[in-house]
Design a binder for this molecule. Structure first.
Ligand SMILES: *Cc1c(COP(=O)(O)O)cnc(C)c1O
Length: 405
């Protein structure tokens, strides 16, 4: 700290006087005790908001429970070997998820990258160093169903693989050659695809091809944590910071022991590989474990009832506005939690969904929702206690204001 900054610091630090005799302010000596808490969000003028939208990456997805935040803060005070943290946490996650092995990755995206890389390279250091150049690999193709061929496949393509797109089981059988390295399944596109899990896995097993499934946002329900390992998928990729409420930049790669070992060689702390930049620190690896442990042990029925109660508060309030329609649904896969769709009769209420969203963002407190052309969509699982009432009141107010008199 420069002298100028130190003086500035001393003039604002409430405990500075007590420590000044030593020449080292107490806070700088590592014994921060009574310093006023710094509120960086306020200091930088960042907008915070009530999240009635959902676990969206741009909105920072989910909030960690206190146990997770405490784990991060406590573990930050110690040095440990990162591989030992991964070993121990991996064992715990694997046991919870009915798998042989597991690792914490830098989000589900990183699980997709490292999982695929592990399949391609095994533990062969030459192959690991060569990625994303797959030209010398015998097996460098990944089979993907047509409807599963969306942006997330780019995570796999980071390794250099070439996606081979198929639609039917018959096409799949034909597409399998000695170049096939892996078969990829995107869970939230299950219903859009022609090949379902069991058939997909059966065909893969017949041809001894490893399978990887992306279930990033598909927890809840809690059973999905082990369902796909039980179904025989070799690798399962999950986001840590969505429904499980772990650190947003954490995720999990779960599955076969040999493949997880290979995936780890393609990532940090090892270098000279494609994954070195996908670092997860000890704090987040441990935070991920604590979040998962808490999640599996919580009362999921009670949580669901709480969500339903929140939905009722919002539904009852906005329905009071003449011309407003409310529909509650639950997406079967991905973000499997009550979703409220609020629409309105445009002859009775003159407002676009974009403007309604803007008014809610600009209000106090600020609220985020999702929109469609003539409706807004809300979820309640990311609300803090009591925020349901605020959301109900604000949405009702804004809709009422739009009434044509
Ligand atoms: C969110 C998401 C990802 C990426 O997950 P991160 O944890 O943000 O890296 C991958 N696949 C699907 C289907 C997702 O929804």
């Amino acid at each position: 700290m420069k002298r100028r900054d130190l003086i500035k610091y001393l003039s604002v630090a409430p405990i500075a006087g007590a420590a000044i005799g030593t020449g080292v302010p107490q806070a700088l000596a590592g014994t921060v005790a009574t310093t006023a808490k710094r509120d960086v969000i306020k200091e930088l003028g960042l907008r915070t908001f009530i999240n009635a939208a959902g676990t969206y990456t741009t909105m920072t997805a989910s909030l960690m429970h206190d146990e997770v935040v405490d784990t991060i803060a406590e573990s930050a005070k110690h040095f440990v070997m990162i591989n030992e943290v991964q070993d121990k946490v991996g064992e715990k996650i694997a046991a919870i998820c009915h798998a042989e092995s597991a690792m914490v990755t830098a989000g589900c995206w990183s699980a997709l990258v490292l999982g695929t890389a592990g399949v391609l390279t095994g533990t062969d250091q030459k192959k690991i160093s060569a990625l994303p150049n797959v030209s010398k690999l015998e097996k460098n193709e990944v089979i993907v169903q047509k409807s599963h061929m969306v942006g997330y496949v780019h995570a796999l393509m980071n390794t250099g693989i070439i996606p081979v797109v198929v639609e039917t089981a018959e096409e799949l059988e034909k597409a399998i050659t000695n170049k096939t390295a892996m078969m990829y399944f995107l869970n939230h596109e299950t219903d859009a695809g022609k090949i379902l899990h069991k058939e997909f896995v059966a065909i893969a097993k017949k041809h001894k091809i490893p399978t990887l499934i992306d279930i990033a946002a598909d927890i809840p329900p809690v059973e999905n944590l082990w369902k796909y390992s039980d179904l025989g998928f070799d690798l399962v990729c999950i986001s840590g910071g969505k429904g499980i409420r772990g650190p947003q930049s954490a995720g999990m790669l779960i599955g076969r022991k040999d493949l997880i070992a290979a995936a780890r060689l393609n990532g940090p702390p090892n270098g000279g590989n494609i994954g070195r930049g996908q670092k997860v620190n000890k704090e987040e690896i441990l935070g991920m474990y604590v979040a998962l442990d808490k999640y599996v042990n919580q009362d999921h029925d009670a949580e669901w009832k709480m969500w339903e109660a929140r939905v009722a508060v919002i539904e009852n309030a906005v329905k009071k506005v003449d011309g407003v329609n409310v529909k509650v649904s639950v997406p079967p896969i991905a973000n499997h939690t009550p979703k409220i769709t609020i629409s309105w009769d445009p002859s009775k209420l003159k407002i676009s969904s974009k403007d309604l969203r803007k008014n809610l963002q600009d209000g106090s407190p600020s609220i985020e929702v999702m929109i469609e052309p003539n409706a807004i969509n809300l979820t309640v699982f990311m609300l803090k206690n009591g925020e349901d009432k605020i959301v109900a009141k604000r949405v009702q107010e804004e809709l009422a204001k739009a009434a044509v008199s």
